[in-house]
Design a protein around this ligand. Structure first.
Ligand code: AMP
Length: 150
């Protein structure tokens, strides 16, 4: 049986696992949908954070949200990409955790979310924790334990 109580998986700090804010593709409040679509397409991600100039998190913007907002009755209204701002359509119910959250707590939240937004005690955006990072960490731990038992 694989023990997760060895301190190597469940006790690792979030700080060590997150993608830091400076490496997270994001848009800012006030950016239009055209800019957001450019960042999303260039980065290859389907959803990215919306931050303010002080690095506070306000929501998430995604390609499906943008496409839905420019869908007219008979055509795609591309001109709206320039007119609309990200804050008009972003998803504001973001799954966020504090830097002090446990991996166990994050693991549970990551079942239903591809990534979690991580904030410090003052509520400033610190980065994201993608599901793949935690799975990778778990995989490494399992391999290590199996090697020791072999
Ligand atoms: P992954 O598990 O690496 O595929 O990432 C899951 C999701 O996390 C992606 O689809 C993005 O929405 C988000 N994500 C991962 N890395 C970044 C990044 N560097 N910048 C912005 N979003 C990211």
């Amino acid at each position: 049986m694989i023990s997760l109580h060895s301190g190597e998986f469940l006790e690792v700090s979030l700080q060590a696992l997150i993608i830091p804010s400076e490496r997270v593709a994001h848009v800012q409040l006030g950016n239009n949908l055209e800019h957001a679509l450019l960042v999303l397409t260039k980065s290859g991600y389907t959803a990215i954070p919306v931050l303010d100039p002080h690095y506070k998190l306000h929501g998430l913007i995604s390609t499906p949200l943008i496409m839905d907002s420019i869908l007219g009755l008979e055509r795609i209204e591309f001109e709206k990409l320039e007119e609309k701002r990200v804050e008009e359509i972003m998803n504001t119910s973001v799954k966020r955790v504090k830097l002090t959250a446990s991996i166990k707590e994050c693991l549970e939240l990551l079942i239903n979310h591809p990534f979690l937004c991580v904030e410090n005690e003052e509520g400033y955006f610190e980065g994201i924790l993608p599901r793949s990072t935690v799975l990778n960490q778990l995989n490494r731990h399992i391999r290590k334990v199996n090697k020791h038992e072999a």
